[in-house]
Write a protein that binds this ligand. Structure first.
Ligand code: ADP
Ligand code: GN1
Ligand code: MG
Length: 364
């Protein structure tokens, strides 16, 4: 623990460090909340140990997030917003570096805690979920003229679903390093039967029908901060995967996580459904900001993208289970298998309700 305190003291925080603890429920980085006493005023910061198994080039990653946040700050000011609350504010180390490389080998970065904010792992009303749609839609709109060629690709082929299928999923099954394939044949068959779905959007990119945009690529509900008092969605966080991508990835991934009637790791899959009221509310929010710039092919594939992002996530959880849980953080032995089964149940329900989902999009 002494070690961690020493690491936190490397950053340009205001005041004396008085408290810190592990925070949040992300699957990738290790997140801490750190409190400092600045002459009686308590200042809160977030410090993260960046997962270097997931992010291979941390310099590139930090260059991205610094340039994206400074671009967003300008946009927010132009639109009369409050840049201190509406985008992440990174804090450099006392040596002026974007992150701190500790003696233990770990890489750490820090930002200001977004004042008076909270994140949701699930919400109780479609209205609140709809507000996250506005935030992610606006995020995409603000980044529409960001110079995409200056961005580093932090994880290659991140949402290239067919690439993941052929280069991660199938090899994991063939290798079966932990002898787990025997426990998930049904799930493997379910995903294999949908291989054609995995190539659909990639084919449309190649045919020039879907444009690459600067997108967030990890639009989980708990990657947006809400105001403690008003429940307005104020700030999009977790910018590690901001890269050229499809508007559809951002839309679909939000639905996957936030319109599920259950948590992503609910074990009783009979309860797992897509809630169409949540779907509609998110679509209205997202399209109210980003809709104006979408082409017809993007609009036609919004409902499909929700299914595809869920199928992709099922495949990623299952691949990680087969590989022995080396990518996502897990809390118990077959956690990744539970997540995969949950996502598969959601795909099944979306397939049954696909026409209704498409009609909702048409009605907006
Ligand atoms: P991961 O990549 O592991 O998902 P995140 O960057 O999403 O990491 O952070 C994990 C959690 O920490 C978030 O869901 C949120 O609750 C909290 N968090 C992260 N950054 C901030 C911030 N600047 N202010 C307040 N809370 C934050
Ligand atoms: C991870 O970092 P977090 O928890 O917001 C993952 C997403 C998955 C998600 C599944 C960089 O998101 O791609 O969809 O878990 N992030 C990365 O819950 O792989
Ligand atoms: Mg996150």
């Amino acid at each position: 623990m002494k070690n961690e305190k020493e690491i936190f003291e490397k950053f340009q925080f205001k005041g004396n460090l008085i408290d810190y603890r592990i925070f949040g429920s992300g699957h990738i980085n290790t997140t801490y909340i750190v409190k400092c006493d600045d002459n009686g005023k308590i200042r809160k910061y977030i410090v993260q140990k960046i997962n270097d198994n997931v992010f291979k080039n941390i310099e590139d990653l930090m260059d991205n997030v610094f340039s994206v946040t400074s671009f967003l700050r300008k946009k927010i000011k132009e639109n009369n917003g409050d840049p201190n609350r509406e985008t992440l504010h990174y804090v450099k180390t006392k040596d002026g570096e974007k992150f701190y490389k500790a003696e233990n080998g770990g890489s750490y970065r820090a930002y200001r805690f977004v004042d008076n904010s909270k994140s949701y792992d699930s919400v109780e009303s479609p209205e609140i979920f709809g507000k996250s749609g506005i935030a992610f839609g606006r995020f995409q709109k603000y980044l529409s003229d960001f110079p995409a060629e200056t961005l580093n690709e932090t994880i290659s082929n991140f949402h290239n679903t067919i690439w993941r299928y052929e280069n991660e999923f199938v090899p994991a099954i063939e290798k079966d390093c932990c002898n787990r394939v025997k426990d998930c044949r049904e799930e493997i068959d379910f995903i294999s039967a949908r291989k054609d779905d995995c190539r659909k959007l990639v084919d449309l990119i190649e045919q020039g029908k879907l444009p690459l945009r600067v997108t967030h690529n990890d639009t989980k509900l708990n990657n947006v901060m809400f105001d403690e008092d008003t429940d307005e969605a104020i700030c999009v966080i977790d910018l590690d995967t901001v890269m050229p991508g499809l508007a559809l990835y951002d839309f679909g991934d939000s639905i996957r996580f936030g319109a599920n009637t259950c948590d992503e790791d609910e074990k009783d899959v009979s309860k797992v459904k897509i809630d169409l009221d949540y779907f509609k509310s998110y679509a209205q929010g997202f399209l109210s900001e980003a809709g104006g710039s979408l082409n017809q092919c993007e609009i036609d594939n919004l409902a499909f993208s929700a299914k595809l992002m869920t199928l992709e996530c099922a495949m990623r959880f299952l691949t990680d289970y087969i590989n022995g849980d080396v990518y996502f953080k897990t809390a118990y032995d077959n956690h990744n298998l539970v997540r995969a089964k949950n996502q598969i149940a959601l795909v099944k329900d979306m397939e049954e309700k696909m026409t209704q989902m498409e009609n909702i999009i048409k009605s907006i």
